[in-house]
Design a protein around this ligand. Sequence first.
Ligand SMILES: N[C@@H](CCC[C@H](N)C(=O)O)C(=O)O
Length: 242
Amino acid sequence: MKIEKYTATGNSFIICDTKNTKLTDDEKTDFVIKYVKDRDGVIFVELTEKGLFMDYFNRDGKRAAFCGNGARTFLAYVKKTDYIKKDLEEICFETHAGKITGKITPRGIQIKMPEITEFKQENVDGISGFSLKVGVPHFVVFVNNVNEVDVNDLGKSIRKKLNSNVNFVQILKSDQIRIRTFERGVEKETLACGTGATASAYVTKHLYKWKSNEIEVLTKGGILYVAFSGNSIFLEGGVENV
Ligand SMILES: N[C@@H](CCC[C@H](N)C(=O)O)C(=O)O
């Protein structure tokens, strides 16, 4: 096994390249508990009969079906390895949320996100928001100023009612939002959340009928770009091997 540390727009990960070692779920949980330390989750790099596979565990030692920033990190890592041909531009791999494709861009790594499903308006404890899945569940709440939100307090109370990540969204200007995310399985605010940025941009574009094909999402950890093309949604941003 090979272990490396990465961040993606502030979302912090451990990469565990299993090098064909077959780990059981319990062994993965034990690995997470032992090695995750102060990071948000662990990305397992596996070679299966389906080819390259990304398995993702939150820092609480439980699996999540998908991780947007984690998938961008997975792509950045495998690009450096002999898992794939060096000149391959578009990289494909499997996840528990389906097949993911992505590539290196001038702004970092861009991936095509899982389809948005289960989009609906919902009230939780009198707070009106929008539930949807981007491979994993998200709840999106619009606020006047995200810096005035006690994300860990309010996020935790909503999270207790919904098995979901919770995003607080402030409209800054047309095609630009600022978000803060309370992440399920991390059970606190993280510096960025890729599926959260995607969910927040999707709901904003839908609700405010924004016409442009790209929304800039400002997070505490940096900028993520969510692009729309037909029914496809793409997430793009930096990845750092630290
Ligand atoms: N930070 C991730 C989300 C990881 C999974 C999430 N915590 C969950 O349990 O649903 C991202 O970048 O999408």
